[in-house]
Ligand binder design. Structure first.
Ligand code: FAD
Length: 439
């Protein structure tokens, strides 16, 4: 095949770009370095249980418009369960359980109404949230001036109480930004809040995959591409060479050309894709090399019985901030929990046994039904470069155009205004495809 477009990288960004190009009639070749598709959102088979284990639990939000568009294209939208209204169960450090349930009202009234009846907080906290309502309404008019203030400093400046920060804002910000609120700059958090509490109350609803991540989108994307005449190659690490304005892609000894090339690799892999350091990309390569990463650690625990009654429980103030029960994926008899620690720089170096013990201790402290259950297996997944840092002073993120005709960039780190998320990746994939089609 002489492709019309070559897409390098088969994560959410590359596969959304490739399928969008295919949808418009282009013959697309996807080159993926690894043996499997999905990049940082994928799954592997656990040899002991035979279960497909995600490399980390992924949560979507109702406001992931580009992601739902992509999943609809693949016929995979029904593989995600979206809450009809934002509902979150939490168990605080004292073991007190509560449920934040936001009624169906215009946004952000639904959040304020939900918080008014949320028994995890007191009246002083509720009054502080009402003050925050004004700030959120301002966000709906746009995120305003970019600020280098940290998330915590901004919340405190807006009168948020220590309790509200601990049980509401910190869990939300750490999950969204994958970074401590003492390190993350507030600008990206404001974009997240602006989207979650935009006009549609469903924007803030949580959405959970009903399948392991590769079955959710990577395998359906491959089928879609192949049905549409595209080709997907794995074990195909690609490099791009630019000479006299023409673009050549190499995979081993093979040399390939196409009118459109989309590089959809993460910021830390960009340097390997452009080994000749083309001068037109100098500032982008420099920014990518100067971008720091933030890790996520996940511990998967299997017990001899079901130990939770909810699919998702927040554990504010603890190392393992969220517990997910995988029954939605594996059926009612499954006892597989996934515990997530985001912004995990301080624990990523700890050994597996230590991490598993700490996760078990916290589950047992929070969930009485886990105390008598027997742990049958624990599996740790460390993603050291899960996301890019959003700390103040990080390099500027590039757009999808490169200044080299025919060459486009995609990836969650492209300047979408969002943190490193599925939505940012798919947004970039769709923008890169549009730019390629419009050239
Ligand atoms: C543990 C974890 C939990 C997360 N939780 C959430 C969440 O709850 N919600 C959310 O929205 N986001 C979450 N994220 C972030 C989300 O996974 C990423 O933002 C998204 O998957 C990035 O997609 P991408 O396509 O930009 O990059 P990637 O997924 O990294 O894909 C890039 C692909 O390029 C390939 N590649 C690299 N170099 C080459 C080369 N030279 N040639 C060919 N191929 C190459 C890589 O192998 C990879 O497959 C999480 C991430 C992790 C790691």
């Amino acid at each position: 095949m002489n492709p019309d477009a070559i897409v390098i990288g088969a994560g959410f960004a590359g596969l959304s770009a490739a399928t969008a190009l295919c949808e418009r009639g282009l013959r697309v070749l996807v080159l993926e370095a690894r043996p499997t598709l999905g990049g940082r959102a994928t799954a592997f088979t656990d040899p002991a249980t035979g279960e497909r284990v995600d490399n980390g639990q992924h949560v979507l939000f109702g406001c992931y418009d580009e992601t739902f568009l992509f999943l609809r294209r693949l016929g995979a939208e029904s593989l995600v369960s979206v809450q009809p209204q934002l509902t979150v169960e939490t168990i605080d450090r004292d073991g007190r359980r509560s449920r934040l349930k936001c009624p169906v009202l215009p946004s952000p009234l639904h959040l304020i109404a939900g918080l008014m009846t949320w028994d995890a907080i007191g009246w002083r906290d509720r009054l502080a949230v009402i003050r925050m309502g004004g700030a959120i309404r301002d966000l709906q008019r746009g995120p305003g001036a970019v600020t280098e203030e940290t998330v915590r400093a901004w919340l405190e400046r807006h009168g948020q109480t220590p309790r509200l920060i601990e049980v509401l804002w910190e869990p939300l910000a750490v999950a969204a930004l994958n970074q401590s609120i003492d390190d993350a700059a507030v600008a990206t958090f404001l974009s997240v809040l602006g989207r979650m509490f935009g006009r549609d109350p469903l924007s803030a609803s949580l959405a959970l995959p009903l399948k392991p991540l590769d079955e959710l989108y990577a395998i359906p994307a491959r089928h879609y591409l192949e049905r549409m005449g595209g080709i997907v190659e794995t074990n195909a690490a690609a490099r791009v060479h630019i000479s006299n304005g023409s673009i050549e892609v190499s995979v081993g000894d093979r040399r390939l050309t196409a009118p459109v090339v989309v590089s959809a690799v993460p910021w830390f892999a960009l340097v390997d894709v452009f080994p000749d350091r083309p001068s037109a990309l100098a500032s982008i390569l420099e920014a990518a090399a100067g971008t720091q990463a933030s890790p996520i650690v996940t511990v998967n625990l299997w017990f001899d019985r079901v130990v939770t009654d909810g699919m998702l429980v927040g554990l504010p103030g603890r190392t393992w901030q969220w517990v997910f029960d995988k029954r939605m994926v594996f059926g009612e008899q499954a006892s597989h929990l996934s515990l997530v620690s985001s912004g995990a720089a301080s624990i990523v170096v700890r050994g597996n046994e230590d991490l598993i013990n700490s996760a078990v201790d916290e589950v047992r402290a929070a969930l009485p039904s886990a105390r008598s259950a027997v742990l049958t297996r624990g599996v740790v997944v460390r993603e050291r470069r899960a996301t890019f840092s959003v700390a103040p002073g990080q390099p500027r993120r590039p757009g999808v155009r490169t200044g080299i005709p025919g060459l486009f960039l995609a990836g969650d780190w492209i300047d979408s205004g969002l943190p490193a998320t599925i939505e940012s990746a798919v947004w970039s994939g769709h923008r890169a495809a549009e730019a390629a089609l419009n050239r």
